[in-house]
Structure formats: C-alpha cells, structure tokens
Unconditional design. Structure first.
Length: 105
C-alpha cells in the first residue's frame, strides 16, 4: 500500500484568517502618537515663527540712547582714523630719508 504524504503546514497568519489584535493595537498607538507629535511640533513651530516675525515696538527713550551711542562711536571712529593717518604719515616721513641715503631701494 502506498502512503500519501501529509499536506504542508500553512503559516499562522493564513490559518487565523485575520490580523492579530495586538498588531492592530500597536498600529493604532503608533498612528495616534504620530498625529499628536505632529500637532505639538506644528504648534511650537508656528509660535516660533510668530515670535521671530513680530516686531517689538521701539521705546522712545531706548531709541534716543541708541542714537546717542551710535553718534559717540562714530566720533571715536573718525578720531581713530585721523590718528592712524597721522601715524602712517610720521612712519613714512621717517623712512624717506633712509631710502634716499641708500639710493632709493
């Protein structure tokens, strides 16, 4: 008598005829967490953009102080520029006689 081989075993996911409830629960948790994270990040980014683009009203006293500081700094820069020009002229004047004595080299 000839023996008939046993039929092959089917994988579990085919035998159960449907998805595992644990896998469905995991998928739902992942989707809900993703949507919540996007919502929180969207709110944070929107707040940062508003904060960066909102112009702060300038205080009159503060603006006057800033203008005065800029004027003082500008005057100091002009004075330093004049001193630098003077120092360059003095150094150049000292080197000219040496150059003439050596023959222009």
């Amino acid at each position: 008598m000839q023996q008939v081989p046993a039929p092959p075993q089917l994988p579990d996911f085919i035998v159960h005829q449907g998805p595992d409830p644990v896998n469905i629960a995991i998928a739902v948790v992942i989707v809900v967490a993703s949507i919540g994270s996007v919502g929180i990040l969207w709110t944070l980014v929107r707040g940062l953009i508003r904060r960066w683009t909102t112009q702060v009203p300038a205080d009159g006293q503060a603006m006057q102080e800033l203008r005065q500081t800029v004027r003082q700094l500008s005057a100091e820069v002009m004075e330093l520029h004049e001193r630098l020009d003077f120092a360059e002229r003095v150094l150049t004047a000292r080197k000219e006689p040496e150059r003439i004595e050596r023959g222009g080299a």
